[in-house]
Design a protein. Structure first.
Length: 258
């Protein structure tokens, strides 16, 4: 019994240390008004307390004004209290906005979602304004919407995030790729390219319909490739409000470094 008690105490102590290692690095609340959040949500009384309220039509994005510099050895987790308004719950996404060191937003199309085996080279010079390119091997390239050519690609992916993207690909015929809009830059033969595809604009770590009662949502911890090689991030919440959805309330928007 004594041994079990000692081991139990050690377990509790270890668990406590793990919790203690989680540091709150951003905390957005409606009591601070809107000075710490982008997007200008309305502040209203919800169930007898102040809260951020979003009823704007369409997709409304709110994010922290504070930028958080990433430590690659750490994980980042966002949590927020959410609640539906009225009887028609809105859909909510929670997560992060990833940025480069120069403050450029990193989308999934910048390399987080690329076609396996598509790394190849241009076989001819491409002039500025051209709408077609030819590559050595397009056998692995895929047709469909929201696909792009990434130029100056590196086999070891060190070019990612890659912002040297074409417009969307219109069609692929053999090794000839036709773009939907002219290129804004010329590229010489031998330039290495890769096929990229867009997807979720931001990094979503939790999503779903707003609950009827106040509920704390905790997103999955994010680290490494999930953060798209970002230098810094901002926590975000996006709320959809359409003819069938009446908006949502949120508060206590917290980011922890784990």
């Amino acid at each position: 019994m004594r041994f079990n008690k000692v081991m139990g105490s050690l377990f509790v102590a270890t668990l406590g240390l793990g919790i203690a290692n989680a540091a709150v690095i951003d905390n957005i609340t409606s009591t601070d008004g809107t000075k710490t959040i982008n997007g200008k949500p309305t502040i209203a009384d919800v169930d007898g307390k102040k809260a951020f309220v979003s009823t704007a039509k369409g997709y409304k994005l709110y994010s922290s004004k504070k930028k958080i510099t990433i430590d690659p050895t750490k994980k980042y987790q966002v949590s927020v209290k959410v609640k539906q308004l009225n009887e028609k719950p809105s859909y909510i996404w929670v997560g992060f906005l990833p940025y480069t060191a120069k403050g450029r937003l990193i989308g999934l199309q910048h390399g987080g979602n690329n076609t396996k085996g598509s790394f190849t080279a241009l076989t001819a010079d491409v002039a500025k304004g051209a709408k077609t390119i030819t590559v050595k091997d397009a056998s692995k390239w895929q047709s469909g919407k929201y696909r792009f050519v990434a130029f100056n690609a590196k086999k070891d992916m060190s070019d990612i995030p890659n912002f040297a993207l074409s417009s969307m690909i219109g069609k692929i015929e053999g090794n000839t790729i036709t773009l939907t809009r002219p290129l804004g830059k010329a590229y010489p033969a031998g330039t290495m390219v890769r096929q990229h595809r867009s997807g979720g604009t931001y990094i979503y770590t939790k999503s779903g319909k707003a609950p009827k009662a106040w509920t704390t949502w905790k997103g999955k911890p994010a680290q490494g490739a999930i953060l798209r090689k970002a230098t810094f991030i901002r926590p975000m919440i996006m709320i959809r409000c359409n003819a069938k959805e009446t908006g949502a309330a949120f508060d206590d928007f917290v980011v922890e470094e784990l």
